[in-house]
Design a protein around this ligand. Structure first.
Ligand SMILES: Cc1ncc(COP(=O)(O)O)c(C=O)c1O
Length: 375
């Protein structure tokens, strides 16, 4: 932590009295001193949306704190109804959770009790690690030559007695997306013998969200579970709200096993409800992500680096012979936080999209960092 406990308490008190006294949204720079990105630091390491939360979400969240004495069951009902309406599904096909991590981990732990879960070698895998930690077995499919998910190979392995297949689409840290037609066909085939879990944390940022989602397969009755989150395009990572859409019996099992009404905060729900259909904010955020992604793509090319085509709010940059941990450490010296090495993929570096000025800092530092590491 970059602040002392004493300073935190003092600042918290002044922030709270400001809200109480004026009943207005607190000054953002005051909030930044202990809740957000530290001054002078470009946070480009967690795939957050720094343009969030939306104004509507902020004002609902502040208002909701006055009702913080109460459990949030009615808000869970409202959010479920909104999600159900948007996707034309039933509310018993939805479980809301504390970030999508909670529900993905919970479901993976349940599934791994019987047979192994099949996932990718390179991909978001917190839920797979949690299944392993609770005694389950996970099989990891190697990625293809361009770090892609090879669906044919995945299907072959899926036939060998696995309880679930986990697919992240678009994938993290690669940022790449599967062909939607091929994925639909493959998921349908796999779902006849196993549960297919599709993590769609970045779906809203893709070029064609409706075409890329597998929610339609749930609607048609296939054994599929699709997770989504308010942590990315909605700019509510700190509020920890996510959800999963699946068949009612899968949802029942998830709720029975611990992802229920008692793990979700009222304030987070207030923010999620207020931003769920805030198309203006979502469009703005997406335009900023695309703008900054293009800046990074251009800068990478100018510096002789290649990238994977991203449909997310991060870019996986091939840094050639350099090491991703050393690259990350050098960037940190310029006040820029990015990710280091993933697994055995030492020459790939992930940078998240942030505010335009933060991405500009990354771009300005890039040639200097490359020079330092090459010298
Ligand atoms: C692909 C993917 N899934 C899930 C998550 C978890 O997000 P949250 O728990 O905030 O919903 C992340 C976070 O970065 C992610 O990249």
């Amino acid at each position: 932590m970059h602040y002392s406990r004493r300073k935190f308490i003092t600042n918290s008190t002044s922030l709270l009295s400001l809200v109480a006294a004026t009943n207005v949204i607190p000054n953002r720079s005051l909030a930044n001193t202990f809740y957000g990105a530290a001054d002078g630091i470009a946070r480009l390491h967690w795939n957050e949306n720094p343009y969030g939360p939306s104004k509507k979400a902020i004002s609902s969240m502040i208002e909701s704190t006055y009702e913080g004495a109460y459990y949030p069951d009615h808000l869970i009902g409202i959010l479920k109804s909104m999600i159900a309406e948007k996707h034309d599904i039933e509310t018993n096909q939805i479980a809301i959770s504390s970030g999508s991590t909670q529900v993905l981990s919970n479901l993976s732990q349940i599934m791994a009790r019987t047979n192994p879960i099949l996932g990718m070698e390179l991909g978001w895998d917190t839920h797979l690690l949690s299944a392993e930690a609770s005694g389950g077995k996970v099989i990891r499919q190697p990625n293809g030559i361009n770090l892609e998910i090879n669906l044919d190979e995945l299907e072959l392995k899926a036939k060998k007695g696995v309880s679930a297949v986990s697919i992240v689409n678009p994938n993290n840290p690669t940022g790449t997306i599967l062909n939607s037609k091929a994925l639909i066909e493959s998921v349908i085939r796999m779902s006849k013998t196993t549960l297919v879990i599709v993590d769609e944390a970045y779906n809203e940022i893709t070029n064609n969200p409706d075409q890329n989602t597998m929610i339609n397969l749930v609607k048609k009755g296939y054994n599929v579970a699709v997770s989504r989150t308010f942590s990315k395009i909605y700019g509510l990572a700190g509020q920890r709200i996510g959800y999963i859409i699946s068949q009612p019996e899968t949802i029942q099992s998830i709720i029975k096993n611990g992802t229920g009404h008692f793990s979700i905060s009222l304030t987070g729900l207030a923010g999620a409800i207020s931003s769920y259909n805030d198309q203006e904010f979502l469009n703005y955020s997406k335009s900023k992500i695309i703008e900054t992604r293009e800046m990074v793509n251009e800068a990478a090319a100018l510096n002789g680096l290649s990238i994977l085509p991203s449909q997310t709010n991060f870019v996986f940059v091939n840094i050639g012979d350099l090491n991703a941990n050393e690259f990350r450490d050098q960037m940190k010296k310029h006040g820029i936080l990015i990710q280091g090495q993933y697994g055995n993929f030492s020459h790939w570096s992930r940078v998240s999209m942030g505010k335009v000025e933060d991405i500009q800092r990354y771009i300005d530092a890039l040639p200097r960092v490359l020079d330092t590491l090459r010298s």
